[in-house]
Design a binder for this molecule. Structure first.
Ligand SMILES: NC(=O)c1ccc[n+]([C@@H]2O[C@H](COP(=O)([O-])OP(=O)(O)OC[C@H]3O[C@@H](n4cnc5c(N)ncnc54)[C@H](O)[C@@H]3O)[C@@H](O)[C@H]2O)c1
Length: 330
């Protein structure tokens, strides 16, 4: 079977490809577990760093393009035995600045993909990545569940809510077999900071561990629901593999997370660094009103119990996440 990962040049798409190579098989459109014979990574760009260790992998194919190009998207979905992990997205900070692009990439791009899958003779499984930015507003509780009303206060969040609803409706119609993972903030992203408003939640670990200064845009008392990158990849695969008849009519599953304040993240980091004799760079409080305003619209905890029931794994602890990052990337 063929796997398409949109946004395959990004952080999670890259990690997912590596995990799928190790796994070697997934449930195909026949309902049977089949060997993966191609993993196509689609993105606007593929950095050399993202290719390290994948160059010699016969399963991997890199395709460069734009998800808002309907013709190109149809050319990716060229087999009936296919599954899609749809990760391509403009992220939160960018969507606020570029409204029209956010609509054409996050909304039109997803529609092209769904239509391309609908045009096959089978009903491909699609895993879509939503975000807790789907929530927001005055009535939002601190801890959100899958029953919490989605009233996003960012353009990014709005596009994710539409994405969740499209996945539900295309699945209800029998055009696809969709599943949405609604992600909390994923840590610890390696490499350079990105333009997501939550970028600091990785930077607060990554920069000091690299001996660099981290400029912290939010208050240290800010609470965040976070999840480790290995857990989120395992969750994508668990959602893909979940039996269709276990899924309800709402195919959007909020992933479980752990809740920590930024101060607790820093404490855990200092302990991990001390135990490994790592000298940390400093963390400088540098308030940023724009980032604070966006982050203030997000929930501070998530209830992933519905996802846990269909086989999504329990989250790792903060100590485990920091240790894994040090082992994997340093
Ligand atoms: N990492 C997180 O904390 C987090 C939290 C919530 C939701 N998500 C969602 O998970 C998914 C993956 O996140 P990530 O952290 O890997 O982000 P990322 O920015 O590293 O990856 C997204 C990829 O999408 C690509 N992309 C953007 N526009 C495109 C276009 N027009 N055509 C094709 N590709 C395009 C980007 O180039 C990028 O490589 C995204 O949908 C994101 O919204 C991530």
């Amino acid at each position: 079977m063929k796997i398409v990962i949109t946004g395959g040049g990004g952080f999670l798409g890259n990690q997912l490809a590596r995990q799928l190579i190790k796994r070697g098989e997934l449930t195909s459109t026949t309902g049977q577990v089949e060997k993966i014979d191609q993993i196509l990574l689609f993105d606007t760009h593929h950095s050399n760093a993202s290719k390290i260790g994948l160059e010699e992998q016969p399963l991997i194919r890199w395709v460069t393009g734009d998800i808002s190009d309907r013709k190109q998207v149809f050319s990716l979905i060229d087999r009936d035995d296919i599954s899609v992990f749809h990760l391509a997205s403009m992220v939160s900070g960018e969507c606020e600045e570029h409204f029209d692009d956010a609509l054409s990439i996050n909304l039109d791009g997803q529609r092209h993909l769904l239509e391309a899958c609908r045009a096959r003779t089978t009903t491909p499984r699609i895993v879509f990545t939503s975000s807790i930015a789907a929530f927001g507003g005055d009535s939002m509780p601190d801890r959100v569940t899958d029953d919490t009303k989605r009233t996003p206060l960012t353009t990014y969040g709005m596009t994710k809510v539409f994405g969740e609803l499209l996945i539900n409706d295309y699945s209800r119609k029998g055009y696809i077999d969709g599943r949405t993972a609604r992600l909390p903030t994923i840590i610890i992203r390696p490499g350079k900071p990105n333009t997501a408003a939550s970028s600091f939640a990785s930077g607060v670990f990554r920069e000091p561990l690299a001996g660099q200064t981290c400029e912290l845009p939010v208050d240290r008392s800010q609470l965040m629901p976070v999840l480790g990158y290995r857990d989120v990849i395992d969750s994508f695969i668990a959602l893909h593999e979940a039996k269709t008849d276990l899924l309800g009519d709402d195919r959007a599953y909020g992933l479980p997370s752990i809740q920590h304040s930024v101060a607790e993240m820093i404490e855990n980091l200092e302990e991990a660094a001390a135990s490994r004799n790592i000298t940390l760079g400093s963390i400088v409080d540098t308030p940023d009103a724009t980032i604070r305003a966006i982050v203030a619209t997000w929930p501070t905890a998530t209830d992933g119990s519905r996802a846990l029931k269909i086989g999504v794994p329990h989250p790792s602890t903060l100590v485990q996440i920091i240790d894994t990052y040090i082992d994997d990337f340093m």
